[in-house]
Design a protein around this ligand. Structure first.
Ligand code: NI
Length: 268
């Protein structure tokens, strides 16, 4: 039985699982008003809709997460020098994931970005320079998101329909801007802490330990140890009956609204 934990806990999780560039972060943010739904009721209604969605919505790949055990692997902060290798591996395993790209890296790895899209992976916006969005002015937040939309559009011909705030650092104001730009905010409920571990065996163990149906796992394809951990992670998840999917496949065909946060604090 899944129990839903108030939105405050989601905030705490997001803010304590920081990502690479700055592990030293902001207890101040933890007390900031939380997202689009400062109203926790709205958040639980949204999450209930997400989990109780009809079982009819199979994804484009034919994986129906209402019927089979799914897990979403998400890769942030790329594209980078190891991303192509990861794409090879994902192709071998016929597996699709979600990448949250940093806009300023996309030009340098335009070919890799194009391939990501062509191979059917989901691409999200992870801002242009990976700042703490809550510390920026409104127009700077718009600029961070907008420039990244443009960079990804230039590389792939399509704009992302999701964003992930760096460090999971968001608040009501950032949520409102994401909403204005038409983008749901994707967080996670399992962190590989791969930027800290920087060890293939440890990352493998951590991710397999986090594996649970419908979880959204945070990883980073900019670290070689993480990419090296992937063959065993994929093989083991497959043996355990998991289908590795892009994050929106967990929604069973329902749509997130712009600015909405997913996942909202649901874990064992
Ligand atoms: Ni990041």
């Amino acid at each position: 039985m899944r129990r839903w934990i108030p939105i405050v806990i989601a905030a705490t999780v997001a803010l304590t699982t920081t990502s690479p560039a700055s592990a030293s972060l902001t207890p101040a943010n933890a007390t900031a008003a939380w997202p689009t739904s400062a109203n926790p009721m709205a958040a639980s209604v949204a999450s209930a809709n997400v989990t109780m969605a009809s079982s009819a919505g199979a994804t484009s790949r034919g994986v129906n997460c209402a019927r089979v055990k799914c897990i979403a692997l998400t890769f942030d902060d790329g594209p980078g020098p190891y991303t192509a290798k990861l794409l090879d591996l994902l192709r071998e395993h016929r597996t699709k994931v979600t990448f949250f790209l940093v806009g300023q890296r996309v030009g340098k790895y335009a070919k890799t970005t194009r391939r990501m899209a062509r191979d059917g992976h989901e691409i999200g916006n992870h801002t242009y320079t990976h700042p703490h969005l809550t510390s920026l002015l409104d127009d700077q937040v718009r600029d961070q998101i907008g420039r990244t939309q443009d960079a990804i559009h230039r590389a792939t011909g399509k704009e992302p329909r999701l964003m992930r705030p760096p460090y999971g650092d968001t608040d009501e104001r950032v949520g409102a801007i994401a909403a204005e730009m038409g983008l749901p905010q994707i967080l996670w409920n399992g962190s590989s802490r791969d930027w800290e571990l920087r060890n293939t065996g440890a990352v493998t163990k951590k991710v397999l330990g986090l594996a649970k149906r419908d979880r959204v796992i945070l990883m980073h394809d900019i670290w070689p140890e993480t990419v090296k951990a992937m063959p065993k992670i994929l093989t083991t998840l497959e043996k355990k009956g998991y289908h590795v999917v892009p994050v929106t496949s967990l929604l069973r065909g329902t749509q997130l609204t712009a600015g909405e946060i997913y996942p909202v604090g649901g874990w064992n």
